[in-house]
Design a protein around this ligand. Structure first.
Ligand code: NDP
Length: 273
């Protein structure tokens, strides 16, 4: 059997998904073709319908279509329901099944790094779609506290209120008012902090042995990780999360689990300890 997968996004040229999934196919011995398709918002519903009507087996969905994918799917996983967004679609009988693997990918990567969230005080920077998808998986590991700090305070407060204790939301400008330092700081600010010079992590915010995780990834050290360098040796970008969320989609579509982290050394890495 030949599997047909694709990623839909706009823009999509930067996507590493085809490379990652074709390596999973090689590793698992499955026959896979994987396309990268730029799809405009207006054309999204038609493109998804056509893809599955013509025999497609699985879609990865990226910016800006995760919310549209959520609206289209008539069957939803618990993760997609809580996130209000889907990054993975597949046919389910006559229906469309939507899942969100972002938060599960983050958890897999935190486990790999030895930063499992149990009992930790966690500070999250940003309150966008990716963070919304990560909250329920993080909470399933019973952290002591999660504080979401966002430029638009209302968005942080509203997101936190969907979960209640131990999650709370504050404005980014209130970081210095917090009482105790955090064990883990997760950055989900898409600007990579370049546009938010007012944020400055210090010993008051991050524990001496604390860890910093950036959802953003790249061949170069991200601005967030560079800022954290003087504070801690425990820093990682989001490449492991990207690989793991992809592995979880591949497993959903094929029933076969590839090893996400075997590809870590294939991509240029930012600092990680
Ligand atoms: P969204 O656009 O949904 O959210 C963006 C967030 O960044 C918001 O909280 C926004 O704040 C904040 N922000 C943007 N610009 C600034 C700024 N100049 N100053 C302060 N805050 C700012 O993006 P996503 O949540 O979908 O994605 C966030 C990042 O995570 C992206 O870089 C994405 O590539 C990455 N990502 C990585 C994944 C991985 O597998 N490693 C998976 C998914 C995403 P406000 O609400 O105030 O606008």
């Amino acid at each position: 059997m030949k599997y047909r997968f694709a990623v839909f996004g706009d823009p999509v040229a930067h996507s590493k998904s085809p490379t990652i999934h074709l390596r999973f196919a090689e590793e698992t011995g499955l026959d896979v073709c994987y396309e990268k398709v730029r799809v405009s918002e207006d054309d999204f519903a038609r493109a998804v319908t056509d893809f599955f009507a013509t025999g497609g087996h699985g879609l990865n969905i990226t910016v800006p279509h995760k919310w549209s994918a959520f609206k289209m799917a008539s069957q939803l996983s618990a993760e997609a329901l809580v996130a209000g967004a889907c990054n993975t679609l597949m046919p389910f009988g006559q229906d469309l099944y939507g899942h969100n693997t972002d938060g599960l990918g983050l958890l897999d990567d935190l486990d790999r790094l030895g930063w499992s969230p149990e009992g930790l005080r966690i500070l999250i920077l940003g309150a966008g779609g990716a963070i919304a998808g990560c909250l329920s998986p993080l909470l399933s590991r019973r952290p002591r506290e999660i504080v979401i700090a966002n430029r638009s305070k209302d968005k942080a407060v509203n997101l936190a209120s969907r979960f209640g204790h131990p999650v709370s939301g504050i404005g980014l400008d209130c970081l210095d008012d917090l009482d105790l330092p955090f064990d883990l700081v997760i950055n989900g600010i898409s600007a990579g902090l370049s546009g938010s010079a007012e944020i400055e992590l210090n010993e008051h915010i991050l524990n001496t042995n604390g860890a910093c995780y950036d959802l953003i990834y790249g061949a170069q050290e991200t601005p967030f990780l560079r800022m954290c360098r003087p504070l801690t040796a425990h820093r990682s970008d989001g490449l492991g999360m990207l690989l793991s969320q992809a592995a979880r989609a591949f497993e959903l579509w094929t029933g076969v689990s590839p090893d996400p982290f075997s590809q870590l050394s294939d991509f240029g890495r930012a600092s990680e300890n």
